[in-house]
Structures are given as structure tokens and as C-alpha cells.
Ligand binder design. Structure first.
Ligand SMILES: Cc1cc2nc3c(=O)[nH]c(=O)nc-3n(C[C@H](O)[C@H](O)[C@H](O)COP(=O)(O)OP(=O)(O)OC[C@H]3O[C@@H](n4cnc5c(N)ncnc54)[C@H](O)[C@@H]3O)c2cc1C
Length: 401
């Protein structure tokens, strides 16, 4: 990958920057966290704007409605949208960042024709039905059962922690199709329409007072066999493709956001006074901020490597686990540092005004994000599991018993 920007890439950056400057003032503010219909409308309207301007699916192949951008253009897109404070991918997360890419890599032509464009246009939202009670880290132990009945699978069981289930149109669903096979060999990856009869979605309220995820119960839910992605009982291999997108490329915009937050934090620390000095006069704080800034720089270099690898092979490599592990832990340390600077204000979701708004953010948002960041080292596979993957598959250490 050539890291210098060509004249075409510079041109791409300028056009995107101009477009963002024109469009962002027209985007309404983010709705309340617990107003899910409004959140869906907000996030999908932004996705539609991206689509109409030719920026949706920036790295997806042109044949599937994407822009087919080069790895460098993809990185420029992430940098510029974050720099401008463009809306987060939100409810489009699963569709855009791992279900869609899985269909590009593994779906049939019919599945791609049916699903990819609606994801890119923000017409359809996806969720992920992988985890179950007793099958989180040990995902291959999942028990939701699918029995073949003619042209359908009949599904019964229970999924847990299904993000966006209340607003989703489709779900990437893992089911057990062969209970007698070794556990990794009896799983199938299905596309579940969320309006299927027999589904019961029960939202779970989090500490933030919003139902980010749900439990989903299946009572003889019928799913057409044509909704299967990959072969029957070959779902574990397809799952690895999905997880490599989820762990590898799905987080990268947040790394740019974190770099911006470090800069904001420095500005705030220079303003907060402690007796006769500012928070920034604290050598310990400066050292910790420096370490963190260097770590985010290194992670961004790793993103560049991952993006260019994904371009060559179509799928991010196992290095995705390194990125996920280090990024999520660094993000938590950043939030702890911010709390050190904000002190008591870091404990209240009420906006403290002047200080944090230096960075154009609402201080309550920071408090929420600090709590939210605690979940990052669990979602998409815990840190311990990423360490196992790094140890076994990258470093070649003996497999855990
Ligand atoms: C914000 C958020 C969103 C989520 N969204 C979704 C979603 O949309 N769809 C979905 O399917 N799932 C989702 N999940 C679930 C997530 O994938 C699981 O929580 C995660 O895989 C961990 O599984 P678990 O919660 O069952 O914990 P467990 O697997 O029970 O783990 C408990 C603890 O034991 C440790 N542990 C387990 N096995 C090992 C081991 N072999 N070696 C060392 N330590 C180990 C874990 O690291 C953890 O600390 C979400 C989770 C969060 C937090």
C-alpha cells in the first residue's frame, strides 16, 4: 500500500470535505438514546444521504452498489467523516459493517441482489443473533435448533444480547442443524426476516436506561432454505468471516474519534484549574496522555495494514483480534484519563457546559461514553478471547485445553 496521497486521492478528500461542510448543518441532532424509532430514522436518513452522494459502502465492490474505493480513499473517508463530526453508523452497524460484507464474501447472487442495496440505502436494518445463554465466548456451543422441513428450516431456541433487534428488518442468525456432529461442524448461518411469525423480541434495559439489546425467543420460526449463507453445517466457517469484519474493520472510525478526543482532552486539561496550576501542569497526566496518543497512532498504522490486507484478500486477517483488543482497552484508558481531568463532573450525566463544550461535545455524552466503553471489551468477543486468538493463531502458542 502506498501511503502517499495521489492527486486523485487529494481530490477525493477535498470533494468529501466540501460535501460534509454543505450537508452536516442540515442533519438534525441525535435523538434521545431510548427513542429507538427516532434513532432508526436518524441513522438511516444519514445513510441515505451518503448513498445518494455516492459515499455509501465506500469499500464495497461497485458491482454490489458500493463505491469500490481504494484502501487509501477508505481511510480518507474515515478521517474526514470523523473530523467533521458526521453521525455515527448507529443502527446500520451490523448491516454495513459485517452482515453486508459477509454476503459480499459468502452470499449467493440472489442474496446479494436482494439485500446489499437496501443496506447501503439505509432502507433495511440488520441485527446479529449469535450469542445465547451458555454460548458467548464459547459461541460454538450454541443450541438454537433448526430442523429441515421441505424448503424451510424450523427454528426454536433463544438468543441473547441481540443489539438493534427492536428496529431490525433482518438478522444474521446462527443455528444448530446437526446436533450429533462435533460442535463446530453442526452450525448453519441463516438470514432471518425479523417479521417472521413465532419470534418474540424482549428488550433488555442497560445501566444507561436504553435498550441497546434484546433477548429473542424462537417458537417454530420458519426460515426459507434459500436464506442460508454457505452450506448447511458449514456456518462456523462463515461465522469466522463475519467476526473478522466485526473485529477488524468495524471499529476503525472510533480510532479516529479517539485521536480527536485526545486532542480535546488536552485542550480541556489546559483550562481546568487546580489551585494555582492547570490540570495540564500535572506531569503524570501529560505522560499518560502522551502514551495514549502514541498508542492510537500505532493502532491507526495497524488499521492501514488491516484495510490494505482486506483489500487484497476480501476479508480482514486474524490481526483483527489485535486491533480489537488494543483499541477497546485504550479507549477505556482514555475515558479514565478524561474522568481524571473532569473530576466530579465525570460522575454526572447533566451537562456541565463550558468546559467539555470546548470540544463541541456535551459533557453528559462523555459520561455515557465512559460507561459505554466498559462494554467494548466484552462485545464482539471479550479481551480474554482475543488474547487466546492472538496467542494461538498469531504467536503459535499451544492451544488452551
Ligand atoms: C454492548 C454489547 C453488544 C452485544 N451485541 C451482541 C449482538 O448484537 N449479538 C450477539 O449475538 N451478541 C452480542 N453481544 C454478546 C457478546 O458477544 C458476548 O457478551 C461475548 O461474546 C461474551 O459472552 P458472554 O457474555 O456469554 O460471557 P462469557 O462467555 O460467559 O464469559 C464470562 C467471562 O469469562 C471469560 N472467559 C470465557 N471463556 C474464556 C476462556 N476460554 N479463556 C479465558 N477467559 C474466558 C470471558 O472473557 C469473560 O470475562 C453483545 C455484548 C455487548 C456487551
Amino acid at each position: 500500500m502506498d501511503l502517499r496521497y495521489s492527486p486523485e486521492e487529494q481530490q477525493f478528500r477535498h470533494e468529501l470535505r466540501d460535501w460534509l461542510a454543505r450537508v452536516l448543518p442540515t442533519v438534525p441532532p441525535k435523538p434521545a438514546a431510548d427513542d429507538w424509532p427516532a434513532r432508526r430514522a436518524h441513522d438511516t436518513a444519514w445513510q441515505r444521504l451518503l448513498f445518494e452522494a455516492g459515499y455509501a459502502g465506500i469499500n464495497w465492490p461497485r458491482d454490489y452498489g458500493g463505491r469500490g474505493a481504494t484502501p487509501t480513499e477508505h481511510l480518507i473517508f474515515l478521517e474526514e467523516t470523523e473530523r467533521a463530526g458526521a453521525p455515527y453508523v448507529g443502527v446500520n452497524f451490523v448491516g454495513l459493517l459485517h452482515a453486508g460484507p459477509t454476503l459480499v464474501a459468502e452470499g449467493t447472487d440472489e442474496q446479494r441482489a436482494r439485500h446489499l442495496r437496501p443496506i447501503l440505502r439505509g432502507d433495511e436494518v440488520w441485527c446479529q443473533g449469535f450469542s445465547e445463554p451458555g454460548a458467548g465466548s464459547d459461541l460454538a456451543s450454541l443450541r438454537t435448533r433448526a430442523v429441515r422441513d421441505g424448503d424451510h428450516y424450523v427454528v426454536s431456541g433463544h438468543k441473547l444480547w441481540t443489539s438493534y433487534a427492536t428496529v431490525a428488518d433482518h438478522c444474521e442468525l446462527l443455528v444448530r442443524t446437526d446436533p450429533d456432529a462435533p460442535k463446530h461442524k453442526g452450525i448453519t448461518w441463516l438470514i432471518l426476516p425479523m417479521d417472521s411469525p413465532g419470534l418474540d423480541v424482549r428488550p433488555i434495559e442497560t445501566v444507561l436506561g436504553s435498550s441497546e439489546f434484546s433477548e429473542v425467543y424462537f417458537d417454530d420460526v420458519r426460515i426459507p432454505v434459500t436464506n442460508r449463507v454457505g452450506e448447511e453445517n458449514d456456518g462456523w466457517r462463515v461465522t469466522m468471516v463475519t467476526l473478522s469484519f466485526e473485529r477488524g474493520t468495524a471499529w476503525v472510525d472510533q480510532i479516529v474519534d479517539s485521536m480527536r478526543l485526545v486532542t480535546d482532552l488536552v485542550a480541556i486539561a489546559k483550562t481546568v484549574t487546580r489551585r494555582s496550576a492547570t490540570a495540564w501542569d500535572d506531569v503524570g497526566l501529560r505522560r499518560d496522555v502522551g502514551h495514549l496518543a502514541a498508542e492510537f497512532d500505532a493502532l491507526w498504522a495497524l488499521v492501514k495494514r488491516g484495510v490494505s490486507q482486506a483489500q487484497a484478500t476480501g476479508v480482514p486477517g486474524v490481526g483483527a483480534s489485535v486491533l480489537k483488543l488494543r483499541y477497546t482497552e485504550a479507549r477505556q484508558r482514555l475515558m479514565d484519563l478524561a474522568a481524571r481531568v473532569l473530576e466530579r463532573a465525570a460522575l454526572s450525566r447533566t451537562d456541565i457546559g463550558a468546559l467539555w463544550s470546548l470540544s463541541g461535545r456535551h459533557s453528559g455524552e462523555f459520561v455515557e461514553e465512559r460507561i459505554n466503553s466498559l462494554s467494548y471489551t466484552i462485545a464482539a468477543g471479550t479481551s480474554q478471547i482475543q488474547r487466546n486468538i492472538v496467542g494461538e493463531r498469531i504467536l503459535g502458542l499451544p492451544r488452551e485445553r
